[in-house]
Ligand binder design. Structure first.
Ligand SMILES: [Fe+2]
Length: 336
């Protein structure tokens, strides 16, 4: 966990406006009876006071006494799989519902801003076609979960869905990106009025989407630093290299040189794969290319040294430190 927090220091400092523990239930901008024709008062009340409040209180409980308890909510969500299930589920539940309340409005049948509408037309053909895809994702989500309209790291709009209280910011399978609209398809969101008829609930909830807010979310998502984090996170060759680098380097630091003696070829292969692979768009610049080039050169040298018959631990450590530094220089180049 220490490593994760160190890695995220930069992003934490740039996100000081985000909420931190102990987390609180956000205030609603409307009454429980604001949408009586679409969502009944009792459902709204239970959903907010029991379900969402439950996620907040369980999240605070799960974080109690933990070293990382002060991480911003978005950082926990972004690194969800690094935490236990209680934290992952309740952080997701809190994040998802906080957004959900804001994307509903009593002002029916709003339309997206010109900029968002143009992006929707570009990526889906039409507003109606986007709504159809959203409806499809929400209908087909088996069991409990969410349907999303997200902005991906390459700034495209995509419809996706996630199970339980996961969301597309999380480091889990599926299209990842920053959500600008989320529809709750847990039965607790509609059962009292619609019973098992999720399709009727979906048809109705579309009428009360706060497109003014979703349009603001779109603007914010385009400039959101998490998009770059998600893009870096999804860089397979970089992650593969990091994995073997961590095993060989950290073992050597503790005096165990067996991994680097036996896996130096693998380290070099991963560096070559990184060099030959596609660099994600945000990182495709000269500094990153040079850093990869240097990393590959130093891992080749590492291989040559480690293959030597009489190589000492000291010699191995010296070159491993150079490779390790080259990797961190590459990571650093990706931050700019
Ligand atoms: Fe919910």
């Amino acid at each position: 966990m220490k490593k994760l927090i160190v890695a995220l220091t930069g992003i934490i400092y740039s996100l000081t406006s985000f909420s931190q523990a102990p987390y609180e239930l956000p205030k609603l901008n409307y009454g429980y009876d604001a949408f009586v024709n679409n969502i009944d008062k009792e459902t709204m009340q239970i959903h907010y006071e029991k379900h969402h409040a439950g996620y907040v209180s369980n999240l605070n409980k799960a974080l109690e006494g933990k070293k990382f308890a002060n991480l911003p909510l978005e950082v926990i969500v972004l690194n969800a799989t690094h935490f236990d299930n209680a934290i992952r589920n309740n952080a997701g539940g809190h994040y998802n519902h906080t957004m959900f309340w804001t994307i509903l409005t009593p002002e029916k049948n709003q339309k997206p801003s010109e900029k968002l509408l143009s992006a929707i037309n570009n990526d889906f053909g039409s507003f109606e076609s986007m709504l159809e895809k959203l409806n499809d994702a929400a209908s087909k989500r088996f069991g409990s979960g969410w349907a999303w309209l997200i902005v991906t790291p390459d700034k495209k709009l995509v419809i996706t869905s996630t199970p339980n209280q996961d969301n597309p910011i999380m480091d889990v399978e599926g299209p990842r990106g920053f959500p600008i609209l989320g529809i709750d398809v847990w039965e607790h969101a509609y059962y009292l009025k619609y019973q098992n008829k999720r399709a009727d609930y979906l048809k109705s909830i579309v009428e009360i989407i706060n497109w003014e807010q979703v349009s603001k979310n779109y603007e914010n998502a385009l400039a959101n630093p998490f998009l770059k984090e998600i893009e870096k996170d999804s860089w397979k060759e970089l992650n593969d290299f990091h994995e073997i680098m961590a095993i060989t380097f950290h073992s050597a630091e503790k005096g165990n040189f067996e991994p680097i003696r036996t896996r130096h070829m693998e380290l070099a292969e991963k560096a070559t794969a990184l060099k030959q692979g596609t660099i994600p768009a945000s990182f495709n610049n000269e500094a990153v290319k040079n850093a990869i080039e240097k990393l590959e050169k130093e891992t080749q040298k590492m291989c040559k040294i480690a293959s030597g018959k009489k190589v000492t631990d000291k010699q191995l450590m010296e070159q491993l430190e150079i490779v390790h530094k080259a990797f961190h220089d590459l990571s650093g180049s990706c931050e700019h």
